[in-house]
Design a protein around this ligand. Structure first.
Ligand code: F6R
Length: 632
């Protein structure tokens, strides 16, 4: 995990499916359902739970769709039980259906399992077990885990459940966070983790235990948590200390951490959607991100990752940024910042492409992985490849303790708090803020920017949140404009320089939550093809806040207008010319070109949000998407 002095909060990890578990003296089912609700944003095609009674009786319920459907299913049942496991699923193997939902049970019904991740060699194991007479009910990869466990007990005669789990996991290849119930061991839950996060909340004096695929289902009950590490197996029984061993059967001393995450930070706080809340909290979270790092009294930036690794970073021959989606867009802006201020070449790659080619890595290369969740499978795999090739790994991550944070040698947390809305908003502006701090501080250290420029830029960065607040005041106007765009079928987003990646980010926001096709283009490329698309039905969003190419932006806008395109422009306050030619203009406070994306992204986020709301879509949980992509 990165080591740095300004470590303040522990925040949650996230991935596609959600896991909750409980064992103790309370009723398990309300805790499980409440926990699933907190995790619902991450995977929502089905949900299920298994409860284990004191007499070894096991009840399993599953429902397709939202957690509410599961709640409906169990509301009239007699569910008195203090031990249970539950899951929200986002299908990877097998369609969303009751049969494919978790928990899955072994053939005899002795074991039940919930699983996040993917078992890569499941087909081979399944075939082998079927050859030995095992019958599979679902199409999932998960079911092989529980059937293999039963095989270890019945065919191989392994009597201890933890030992049987160990033997099972030695045979599987893939990623997993699992919780297992065994009918012969009431009160007990066995957990294991490899590449997918799993957190255990510890009740007073070990009287009860809570389990989550992140801490959000746990924090309302306890702040004392243990993050399991890869290749660990844990056994929890109320009244006994947690026992943790590795797959190789080495005992591990549990490391209990105190969480500072509040329930309030997980709620919508009066907004209609998490996305809107997260857009509006950007000024505050960016202040949090800069706290203790941007020092206005000294007009300077202090980053412990930079101080402790100054030699490597100042002598880097090249930076290679690897990331996905929105984080990749932040990387493209980061490239311009670092090249402009540090005079070091930067390459930006989709992690998914980087990992599957044979990238040339030199001794003095520094790989920067950017990720909100810290769990994106492609980014993690790309980092591992870069590490094998000898690169120095630097992380820009939001979720503390996440896999990417742990894999990086050092890095900078964005500290923007839990991001729940699937469409990334505050994480993006947090990444831009961190990249700006990094590029300025490194440039100053290298002497590639002057003291005067540095001090001015630092002061300006410090005041960026105030400028964002001004943009947020435009929300009602943007909502009004969005009404005119709601039924558009295609959108073009254009920008140049720092605004080109921003155009791509604006287009991504719109398409992922409103399902309208949108493309982000460098404005000057329009005439090399996309201009053919422009007609009266094609709204064009133009981010025109780069001063040195302002005139060129005006000619691009005129090209669109003369083909009857509708132009929605984002300009600086005081602009006259673009506002005159555009159909609508949103004015944002004037700032340096390099900081303007942080401010100009806000109207793009709000536009996408209002269009999706007008279309009556589920903004926080758009179809086919999950908050973090922990599978390839
Ligand atoms: C878009 C979005 C995704 C993520 C991408 C990478 O709004 O959220 O494109 O940016 O899946 O995720 P992280 O940053 O968690 O690695």
């Amino acid at each position: 995990m990165f080591v740095f002095s300004e470590h303040v909060n522990l925040k949650k990890e996230r991935l596609m499916c959600g896991i909750v578990g409980y064992t103790g003296s309370r009723e398990a089912s309300p805790i499980l359902i409440g926990g699933l609700r907190r995790l619902e944003y991450r995977g929502y095609d089905s949900a299920g739970l298994a409860l284990l009674g004191e007499d070894g009786d096991m009840q399993v319920y599953k429902a397709v769709g939202k957690v509410a459907n599961l709640e409906d299913l169990i509301k009239d049942k007699n569910l008195s039980s203090g031990t249970g496991i539950a899951h929200t699923r986002w299908a990877t193997h097998g369609a969303p259906s009751t049969i494919n939902s978790h928990p899955h049970q072994s053939q005899s019904g002795r074991f039940a399992i919930v699983h996040n991740g993917i078992i890569e060699n499941y087909a081979v194991i399944r075939k082998r077990l079927m050859g030995m007479g095992y019958t599979f009910r679902s199409e999932t990869d998960t079911e092989v885990l529980v059937q293999l466990l039963e095989y270890m007990v019945t065919n191989r005669g392994i009597t201890d459940t933890v030992e049987a789990v160990r033997a099972t996991l030695k045979e599987v290849i893939g990623a997993y966070a699992i919780c297992i119930l065994d009918r012969t061991r009431p009160g007990e839950i066995i957990l294991a983790k490899q590449s997918s996060p799993l957190v255990v909340g510890v009740g007073e004096g070990n009287s009860e235990f809570f389990v989550g695929s992140d801490a959000s289902p746990i924090v309302e009950y306890t702040k004392e948590v243990i993050y399991l590490e890869d290749a660990q197996i844990a056994r929890i029984v109320p009244g006994q200390p947690i026992s943790i061993t590795t797959i190789e059967n080495r005992c591990v001393q549990p490391h209990v951490q105190h969480l500072e995450m509040s329930i309030g930070s997980l709620e919508k706080g009066g907004y209609d959607h998490f996305m809107l809340k997260e857009i509006f909290e950007q000024p505050q979270v960016l202040r949090d991100c800069m706290r203790g790092r941007v020092l206005p009294s000294r007009h300077s930036i202090v980053l412990s990752a930079l101080s402790s690794h100054s030699e490597v970073l100042t002598h880097a021959g090249r930076f290679i940024i690897i990331s996905c989606g929105t984080s990749w867009h932040a990387g493209l802006i980061g490239k311009q910042l670092i090249e402009n201020f540090c005079d070091t070449p930067v390459e930006v790659e989709y992690a998914s492409e980087f990992r599957y080619r044979n990238p040339v890595i030199r001794k003095d290369d520094v790989v920067i992985a950017i990720s909100q969740s810290g769990e994106t499978a492609d980014t993690l795999a790309a980092m591992q490849l870069a590490k094998e090739k000898g690169a120095f790994l630097f992380g820009i991550v939001n979720v503390i303790g996440s896999s990417i944070a742990r894999t990086a040698t050092t890095g900078i947390y964005t500290h923007v708090g839990p991001e729940v809305g699937v469409a990334s908003t505050k994480a993006f502006t947090g990444q831009l803020t961190v990249l700006s701090m990094f590029a300025l501080a490194l440039g100053h250290l290298k002497g590639t920017i002057t003291d005067g420029f540095y001090h001015e830029a630092v002061d300006e960065l410090y005041h960026i949140p105030d400028k964002m607040e001004k943009v947020l005041e435009e929300d009602a106007r943007i909502a009004d404009m969005a009404k005119q765009f709601t039924y558009a079928r295609n959108f073009l987003y254009l920008g140049r320089g720092y605004n080109y990646p921003l155009a791509m980010e604006g287009a991504l926001k719109l398409k992922e939550i409103s399902y309208i096709h949108a493309e982000g283009y460098p404005a000057a490329e329009m005439k090399h093809g996309p201009i053919a698309l422009i007609d009266a039905d094609m709204p064009v969003v133009f981010v025109a806040t780069q001063r040195h190419i302002y005139d060129k932006a005006i000619s691009n806008i005129q090209e669109v207008k003369s083909r009857k395109g509708k132009v929605y422009a984002i300009v600086f306050e005081g602009d006259e010319n673009v506002s005159k030619v555009a159909d609508f203009a949103i004015k944002v406070p004037v700032t340096s070109d390099f900081l303007s994306p942080i401010v100009s992204t806000v109207p793009l986020q709000l536009l996408a949000y209002h269009v999706a709301v007008n279309k009556g879509l589920n903004v926080d949980m758009p179809r086919n998407l999950a908050k973090s992509v922990t599978v390839e």
